[in-house]
Design a protein around this ligand. Sequence first.
Ligand code: FE2
Length: 212
Amino acid sequence: MSTFSIDRFAAECKQAMAGAPNACDAARQYLEQSLGQHDRADIIAVLEAAIPAGASVGEMIVHQSPELTMLYARVPGRFRSGIHNHTVFACIAQLEGEERSTVYAQSDEGLRVREELGVVAGEVMELPADAIHHIENPLEQTSSALHIYGGDFGALMAKRSLWTEGEHAEVPFSFEGLVKQAAIAMKREGNAKGLEEMVNAIPATKALVDSL
Ligand SMILES: [Fe+2]
C-alpha cells in the first residue's frame, strides 16, 4: 500500500470530477478507490499531521480550493451536531468508528425527517448538494472521517444555513451557531456524555453548556 497524500488526493479527485457527467459520483468513486488503496491508519496519520494550527474540531480543513474542500472530521463520542446544510455535495469516508446522518426534507410545516443514513469504518456515504442534515456519533469513542465537499467551504459560508432546534427556524450558518444548536439538542435529549465530550474537544464551549 502506498502512502496517502492529501495533495495527490486533491489533484486526482478534482481531475476525476472535472471529466465526469456527475461530479459527486466521480468523487465518491475516487474516494472509495482511495480507501481501498491505503490503510485507514495511514490516512488518519497523514490527516492528523495536516491539522491547521489552532483549528477546532469541525474546522480541520486540510485542503481548500474552488472545486474541493477536504475536512478531517474528528467527532467526539456521542456528539450530535446542529441541523445544517452544505449547498454542495458531500462524501464521507469513515476511517474509524461510525457516523449517523439524519436527513431532513423541507415542507410547509418546516423540517421533517426524511432518511436515516449510517456509515461505518471503511465505507463511503454521499449527500446531495441540497441535503439538510445533522450528524451523530453513536459510539462512546471519538470517530474519524475524511469529509469532502464539492466547493470551497470558505466561499460558501455566507450561503449556508443552520436550523434551530425545536422551532426549526433557518438562520445563517456559523460554526459557533452549529455548536450552540448541538448543545441545545444534546441537552434536550439528556445526552450528558455527548455534552461532556464536546466540552473536552472544544473547551470554549464549557460556558455555553453550563448556561443551558
Ligand atoms: Fe454536514
